[in-house]
Design a protein around this ligand. Sequence first.
Ligand code: AMP
Length: 289
Amino acid sequence: MKTLRQPDAIRAACRAAAATGRLGFVPTMGALHEGHLSLVRRARAECDTVAVSIFVNPLQFGPQEDLDAYPRPEAQDAELLRGARADLLLLLREADMYPAGFATAIRQDGSTALYEGHARPGHFEGVLTVVAKLLNLVAPARAYFGRKDYQQTVVVRRMVTDLDMPTEIVVCDTVRDADGLALSSRNAYLSADERRAGLSLVAALARAEELFEQGERSGPRLAAELRRVLTEGVGREPDYAAVVAPDDLAARDVVQAGDVALVAAPVGPARLLDNHVLGTPLRHPPHEA
Ligand code: AMP
């Protein structure tokens, strides 16, 4: 695995790789876990060269958020990526991504004002700006994202379509711990008790799936049940609990298979989010060694 830091060197290596085969790209903020590695493995299976970026993007953090505290275990991340057979590790620095004079941002209408966008003003502008920059720099045939951040996959797909970006967006299943908690770099912030409270996110989603399977099709009733299970489990009001259309995240009155239950809640010092596509099994895949 080659580690590259300079944008010019990254561009040159990625152009060379794309000239001889299919280049796959996995953008991350590091503190890697099996969720990230599942994207790398999928890219490995589908592409000739796999590039993974690590960049904790300040633009997508709010002023009161955990930018400084965000974990940055660089050596461990590199080891995990070597194990997953990534070819290129792209370690970007803020001074190279946003040099003095940087003045452009990508704004998107629609769902960016809702859910995560409502809870984190400016978040998606930061996400879209960095993803656009990374896709321009790396120019991959395919870029891999996790369904764990469902709304992110929707707004990234929208941008790529709207701006005629030639990269294919591939969305991969959420990887969960054995107890069902969706893996997240921020789970590291949780105490044992908080982790147990965090399990109410997956319990709420499992309950919604159970009701859906029993024939419940009312969006408001399913959303109310999500909210009830979450509030009880977390001991606080969730940030949101909704059942939405998969493509534009419009709230559903009458729910159908393929619609998505979205939940987010503050748990201890963290904010946890999760989601579930209704009508599909809520799987806890075993981790690969
Ligand atoms: P992050 O480092 O949090 O920006 O995440 C980088 C990528 O990994 C994003 O596309 C996430 O959706 C994805 N990801 C994070 N957690 C998981 C998970 N538990 N399962 C699958 N993908 C994930």
